[in-house]
Ligand binder design. Structure first.
Ligand code: DGL
Length: 275
């Protein structure tokens, strides 16, 4: 395995780009290969078998491309498939993403934590186990927000979103605040892109947590432990990101990716064998 190999980053769609931004900040000398499984999203509304099948296919793609690590930048895919992926690809360095329950419980004074995530994450056995093992009498209340995923994928300007955005954002937050939560966990990687919108509905004194920075640091630790960090010799690669999608609508997706990352990015289609 070469220290110059790329790091694979994967999500059902564009949400994992929020994790990619933290990875790029933490690891500016690395190359990244991002896969958006856009033809199969939203994962949150799929069965766990479906998500597992897709996660294994994308892991196969990354292994075939010789990545040095794979970041599963998707809570839904991590909760459904991380164990299985580790079984199938025991030599692959795999870093997953889970809702920040532990830091949220450390922070709450009210003893009530709210989690915003996909239905798939919230009903998964691994999410339930995480909550049961950490709660110790505190309450963890949850709301599924499929429309937030749609909002990030399509953008506020999309005709389907006209006039709905504020209600879509406000409603799930209102439900959680009504239950006395003082910490909100963004348990889906799409949601950090809505941070400003979310903030406008969250009163002062309520914390909003995500996991991007922790995942980026964990990726650095894993690569360092394996002796696979790219040389940090002052030469930041000029072209360090490739983005692929399983959907053929690469024009529209390129526009969304460029908007979210605030830089021009051309998205190519993933080879048919992995779609
Ligand atoms: N971004 C994903 C997550 O973190 C999933 C969104 C979806 O496809 O439903 O769970």
């Amino acid at each position: 395995m070469s220290i110059h190999a790329p790091i694979g980053v994967y999500d059902s769609g564009l949400g994992g780009l929020s994790i990619l931004q933290d990875l790029q900040r933490e690891l500016p000398y690395e190359h990244f290969l991002y896969v958006a499984d856009s033809a199969h999203l939203p994962y949150g509304e799929r069965s766990s078998d479906y998500v597992r099948e897709r996660a294994l296919t994308i892991a196969r793609f990354f292994v075939d491309r010789g990545v040095k690590a794979m970041v599963v930048a998707c809570n839904t895919a991590t909760t459904a498939a991380a164990t299985l992926m580790r079984e199938h690809f025991p030599d692959l360095i795999l870093i997953g993403v889970e809702p920040a329950i532990k830091p949220a419980l450390a922070l709450t004074r009210a003893g009530n934590v709210g989690v915003l995530a996909t239905a798939g994450t919230l009903r998964s056995a691994s999410f339930r186990r995480l909550c049961e093992s950490l709660a110790e009498g505190r309450r963890i209340v949850t709301v599924a927000c499929p429309s937030w995923v749609e909002l990030v994928e399509q953008g506020e300007a999309h005709p389907d979103m006209q006039g709905r955005v504020d209600t879509l954002i406000a409603e799930p937050i209102r439900k959680l605040l009504a239950q006395g939560v003082d910490v909100l966990v963004l348990g889906c990687t799409h949601f950090p892109f809505l941070r400003d919108r979310i903030a406008s509905h969250v009163p002062e004194g309520i914390s909003v947590l995500d996991t991007g920075v922790a995942v980026a640091r964990q990726t650095r630790r894993r690569l360092a432990a394996a002796g696979l960090l790219a040389p940090e010799d002052g030469t930041v690669p000029e072209f360090s990101l490739s983005v692929l999608s399983s959907s053929g609508e690469t024009e529209a997706i390129s526009l969304r990716v460029s908007h979210l990352l605030r830089q021009p990015v051309r998205v190519a289609q993933l080879a048919a064998a992995y779609c």
